[in-house]
Design a protein around this ligand. Structure first.
Ligand code: FBP
Length: 551
């Protein structure tokens, strides 16, 4: 197979790790902290996780671990959306396992959690692993979104664990996948199976974080990739001075990616879904605010600019949120009936008699192309797939319409022309930045140490991330500590709490402080491409979000 020059060079890259991970393994001991409580609903969670609830936090420190050289067998799963660095988590885990005992084995389950359920796996060997070090993507073993949640799926997973005589399974995933990891850890104990379960915090969305998990991996590289592209568009816009660029950014519900990209590029407008919800802003109000900036810039800077839009925005606009909630319910309740409808006109007719008058009125305001996207297939959790709704086009259309009205009113004298973009898949499989390469390798190696320490139901954690890597702190966080109970499909379920953008948090405040200036003046920043080689201040910078949060 031919490979690029960068790929060849990246194979040689040695990830930087916390100094404790460079010690002789037998001199790394586990230090337990205090027992923990879940973020909420303690009684319910204690009952559901009778064996794994409330375990203590732990760190790795200098000391002794006699068991670390034991021969073990471990399975690993990549779960959910791709995030740069996943291959390095596996590399760190693999190197830890082999350093412990060269006869230990690592099996990669193929295609996500379904690989565990169906016992589809591949043994990871030196040559195979080496072809994926420091590269992006999840193609080493593939990923998938199957959930392990039914009694049959638990039974099949336990059967695979027993068949392969696994000491542990490592699940690399986001909030839902790590909720699954916590449940699986508990089920393994209940079934008398020796297999322990450890999670690793993955998602470009950046919404799996809390006081013990500073960031999920992949967020850094994805944001830097999008910011490079946004910076390029800003330069183009500033050169031609004739287009307004509407850029939707991935991130599902949370606006962390949009906010980070805004801080990196200083685009004219960045919508933050969490603020839209807090202020109960309607689509009309959002449109008016954008139009005011466009009109102002038409008089001063010119007829151009850049607007960043978080992927999940529509779910936070009150009238759209109600519409989506009703659609999700009705489409699930009357699935067969709805699926039998083939064209848009008959679907619309069906909605007229099945939605409330208010929801149907909102539906009718949407252009047909966008309205059809609201009716597209739901994800495995029954939710609308926000990455498939062209919110950027919706806003470009509402803005164009409103500007035409303003022209008639005499409040806008510019010339409006727009371009729409969606940056999502472009960033999920980039070569991991040095930060993600280092962080992921450290997370994987730490996952091995957690296995060697005999714990289960823990998330691998590496903290103090704005310091040089040698000073990072490796440890583990009990998964139940991050959980609460939430309503899902009509029943209360245990879930890891999603972290949305906090409006009183430092990253948002930094944006809020500057946004009026960035809106009207042209204050663009051009971050350029991710650099892998060169001075540390160019190659090893963390995200602005992390820097501000740790200030
Ligand atoms: P995870 O939450 O699994 O990490 O996935 C994140 C994400 O990239 C979202 O930003 C996006 O909405 C979604 O995946 C897209 O899903 P798919 O890959 O199934 O199209």
């Amino acid at each position: 197979m031919s490979i690029s020059a960068l790929q060849k060079a990246r194979y040689e890259y040695q990830p930087k790790v916390p100094s404790i991970l460079t010690q002789d393994l037998e001199t790394i001991a586990v230090e337990f902290g205090k027992n923990t409580e879940s973020v909420a609903d303690q009684a319910d969670l204690k009952a559901l996780f009778a064996n794994t609830y409330g375990k203590p936090l732990l760190n790795f420190v200098k000391g002794k671990n006699a068991d670390v050289k034991k021969q073990i067998k471990v399975g690993v799963i990549l779960s959910g959306g791709q995030a740069p660095g996943g291959h390095n988590v596996i590399a760190g885990l693999y190197d830890g396992i082999k350093k412990g005992n060269k006869n230990s084995k690592l099996y990669g389950f193929l295609g996500g959690p379904s690989g565990l359920i169906d016992c589809q796996y591949k043994e990871i060997t030196d040559d195979f692993m080496d072809a994926y070090r420091n590269t992006g993507g999840f193609d080493i073993i593939g990923s998938g979104r199957t959930k392990i949640e039914t009694p049959e799926q638990y039974a099949a997973s336990i059967a695979t664990a027993k068949k392969l005589d696994l000491d542990a399974i490592v699940i690399i995933g986001g909030d839902d996948s790590n909720t699954n990891a916590a449940l699986l850890a508990e089920e393994m104990i209940k079934a008398g199976c020796k297999t322990h379960v450890i999670g690793c915090p993955k998602t470009i969305d950046g919404d799996l974080k809390n006081e013990m998990i500073e960031t999920s991996f992949g967020f850094d590289t994805a944001c830097k990739t999008y910011s490079e592209l946004i910076g390029n568009i800003e330069r183009d816009a500033n050169s031609a001075k004739k287009y307004w660029h509407f850029i939707k950014l991935m991130g599902r519900s949370a606006s962390h990616i949009a906010l980070e990209c805004e801080l990196q590029t200083q685009a004219n407008i960045c919508l933050i879904s969490e603020e839209v919800e807090a202020k109960k802003m309607t689509l009309r109000q959002i449109t008016d605010d954008i139009c005011k900036v466009i009109a102002k810039r038409a008089e001063t800077a010119g007829n151009f600019g850049v607007i960043l839009i978080p992927e999940g925005l529509v779910e936070f606009i009150p009238e759209m949120k109600s519409l989506i909630a009703e659609l999700n319910d009705k489409m699930a309740q009357k699935e067969a009936e709805f699926n039998a409808l083939t064209d848009f006109a008959s679907k619309k007719n069906w909605l007229k008699s099945n939605l409330s008058a208010a929801a149907f009125a909102t539906f009718e305001t949407l252009p047909e192309a966008i309205a059809s996207q609201f009716l597209a297939d739901r994800d495995p959790h029954g939710n609308v797939q926000v990455s498939r709704i062209d919110t950027e086009k919706l806003l470009a259309l509402t803005v164009e319409k409103r500007l035409a009205e303003m022209k008639k009113e005499g409040t806008y004298k510019g010339k409006f022309s727009s371009y729409c973009h969606f940056f999502g898949y472009e960033g999920r499989c980039a070569f991991p930045s040095n930060f993600d390469a280092d962080y992921c390798y450290s997370l994987g190696f730490t996952a091995f140490l957690l296995i060697a320490s005999g714990v289960t139901g823990y998330l691998s954690s590496v903290r103090n991330l704005t310091a040089p890597a040698k000073d990072w702190v490796a440890g583990g966080v009990p998964l139940t500590m991050m959980m609460n109970m939430e309503q899902r499909h009509g029943t209360k379920k245990p879930v890891i709490k999603k972290a949305l953008v906090e409006l009183d948090g430092k990253p948002f405040k930094e944006y809020a402080k500057n946004r009026d200036k960035w809106a009207v003046e042209t204050s663009f920043l051009f971050p350029g491409a991710i650099q892998y080689y060169g001075p540390s201040e160019v190659c090893d910078q963390t995200t602005k979000t992390l820097q501000l949060e740790k200030k």
